[in-house]
Write a protein that binds this ligand. Structure first.
Ligand code: PEP
Ligand code: MN
Length: 305
């Protein structure tokens, strides 16, 4: 890895320092615990579910289907950040209660988005992993509050944010966490595609973000192929790419009848599509696991003493 990046991305030093201060074996990667699921410990963790919680039936059906296909974490937005105020804004507290019921029925851990500081405590009662959406990556008051809430955080890359800016936001959370507890920072980074001049896909998946972020920080990195692609037919192939670049997992949208979804139907997989994607991933996961065995420990030159 280019040693110059330490200088270019000044925040990486800070990320490494916070982490080394709080870890016994500073060469190991951070492992994030969401419920009883470990992210960053070697397993490829798939988080799947609808963009938004729409009804109890929709969520419970989806939870059963994704669990049967190998997902470990159920996603579903109760508070939805929508670009248009006329779009479905989510079920709020009712959605959180439905998520809790799905966890009770399936044993899946829950990841759901939190949009404002005021909602942090409430969402933390229901979520095993607190999602920060692309539109909130620079909401520093929210990030600080999340660092003190006692739950791990899934931080999505802002759609126009550089990797340095993403890591600076992670650093805000990490510092608030370090003030409260010791141990690995409980933060997962998520590459979900960025805005570029390209219009063929909803966003441009920056696949290089995965090895760069994993080299200069110890945090687990997952990929969201759904928001990157914008169309469901591209999701499985982007998921393969995530596996072979050694991502720690995926965040994928799945819906019982995507054409009737209240949000992001075009990029949501059917249950069958999700099962097929999971089957299709197997040989790529074998490549990933073999590469992990032979790969040297990735450490940015000069960052760790
Ligand atoms: C989502 O995960 O449904 C979502 C709104 O994602 P993003 O913040 O990446 O657009
Ligand atoms: Mn969505």
């Amino acid at each position: 890895m280019n040693a110059k990046w330490n200088g270019q991305f000044s925040c990486f030093d800070l990320v490494a320092r916070t982490e080394t201060r709080t870890r016994r074996n500073h060469c190991a990667r951070s492992v994030v615990r969401a419920g009883d699921v470990e992210i960053g410990g070697g397993d490829f963790v798939v988080m799947a579910g609808p963009c938004a919680v729409e009804s109890e039936r929709q969520l419970l059906q989806t939870a059963e289907a994704v669990a049967a296909a190998g997902a470990r974490i159920l996603r579903g937005g109760a508070y939805k950040p929508r670009s248009s105020p006329y779009s479905f804004q989510g079920l709020g507290l009712e959605g959180l209660k439905i998520l809790r019921k799905a966890r009770e029925q399936t044993g899946l851990a829950i990841v759901t988005e939190v949009m404002s500081e005021q909602e942090v405590d409430l969402v933390a009662e229901y979520a095993d992993l607190m999602q920060v959406g692309t539109r909130s990556m620079e909401n520093y008051a929210l990030l600080e509050r999340l660092g003190g809430c006692g739950r791990p955080v899934l931080l999505k890359r802002g759609m126009t944010a550089t990797l340095e800016e993403l890591l600076q936001s992670a650093q805000v959370i990490a510092m608030a966490m370090a003030a409260r507890t010791t141990g690995d920072p409980q933060i997962v980074l998520c590459e979900r595609g960025i805005r570029t001049f390209e219009t063929a896909t909803r966003n441009t998946l920056d696949i290089a973000a995965v090895p760069v972020l994993k080299t200069v920080s110890r945090l687990p990195v997952i990929v969201d192929p759904s928001h990157a692609a914008g169309v469901r037919c591209l999701v499985p192939v982007l998921a393969r790419a995530a596996a072979v670049v050694e991502a720690d997992g995926l965040l994928v949208e799945v819906h019982p009848s995507p054409d009737e979804a209240l949000s992001d139907g075009a990029q949501s997989l059917t249950f069958r599509g999700f099962r097929d994607m999971m089957d299709d991933l197997q040989p790529y996961l074998a490549i990933r696991n073999a590469a992990r065995r032979s790969a040297p420990e990735l450490v940015a030159a000069g960052v760790v003493d």
